[in-house]
Design a protein around this ligand. Structure first.
Ligand code: PRP
Ligand code: URA
Length: 208
């Protein structure tokens, strides 16, 4: 059974305040998205398997651990791209799969336009990343799609979530763990998160 983890660590909350501020410019916004992604990754990878190894230190032999689980990070394009590099910097040998989805501006339904996954994606843990979980349509569609590859261990990581989106993901994919930095109040009439941070993709890439 998946669980909802709200990561209200002071460092994450401080950085989230800067992200929400409409005066924060593109470069700083992108950097902070990356920093929050690193901090969230630390929590979301607590259950990764390790195996025992021995290494020789300058003083003696140390019995220690190394990671022993394949990890694929899957950004939902486009905004999810802003979270990838800091995560793969932390996880040696992590692979990256891409899913391109955009929300139809009228129906708010996700439309898929790109997909490329590693061949061995089903052999390990998948971490789907996207800064925003609004209606939950994009995340639920991405998870369904990844399950078609036979993946059993799927984690969803979003920076800000609306209660509506959390419910959609939980109802459709009760097995998936969800990590968020904040659960906001609601969606507005355009299915934007209130108060949220605006359009994450536009703020990361400077397209508006
Ligand atoms: C945003 C966001 C999510 C999606 C969330 O992407 O990055 O992928 O909306 O909304 P939902 O939960 O209602 O599906 P958008 O469609 O704006 O595309 P972009 O990343 O290319 O800007
Ligand atoms: N996508 C965004 O980028 N922001 C929202 O508030 C909702 C969807």
């Amino acid at each position: 059974m998946g669980e909802l983890h709200v990561l209200n660590h002071p460092l994450i909350q401080h950085k989230l305040t800067l992200l929400r501020d409409k005066r924060t410019g593109t470069k700083e916004f992108r950097e902070i998205v990356g920093e929050i992604a690193s901090l969230m990754c630390y929590e979301a990878t607590r259950d990764l398997s390790t195996r025992a190894v021995t290494v020789e230190t300058p003083i003696g032999m140390a019995n220690t651990q190394v990671l022993d689980e394949n990890v694929t990070v899957v950004p939902i394009l486009r905004a999810g791209l802003g979270m990838v590099d800091p995560i793969i910097d932390l996880i040696p040998n992590a692979k990256v799969g891409h899913i391109g989805l955009f929300r139809d501006p009228d129906t708010h339904e996700p439309v898929k336009y790109y997909c490329k996954m590693p061949d061995d994606i089903a052999s390990g843990k998948v971490i789907i990343v996207d800064p925003m979980l609004a209606t939950g349509g994009s995340a639920a569609a991405a998870i369904s799609f990844i399950k078609e590859y036979g993946c059993k261990s799927i984690t969803l990581m979003d920076i800000i979530a609306a209660p509506e989106g959390i419910k959609v993901v939980k109802d459709n994919h009760p097995d998936v763990d969800i990590y968020v930095a904040a659960v906001d109040e609601k969606l507005n009439e355009n299915a934007y998160i209130v108060p949220g941070l605006g359009d994450a993709g536009d703020r990361i890439f400077g397209t508006k």
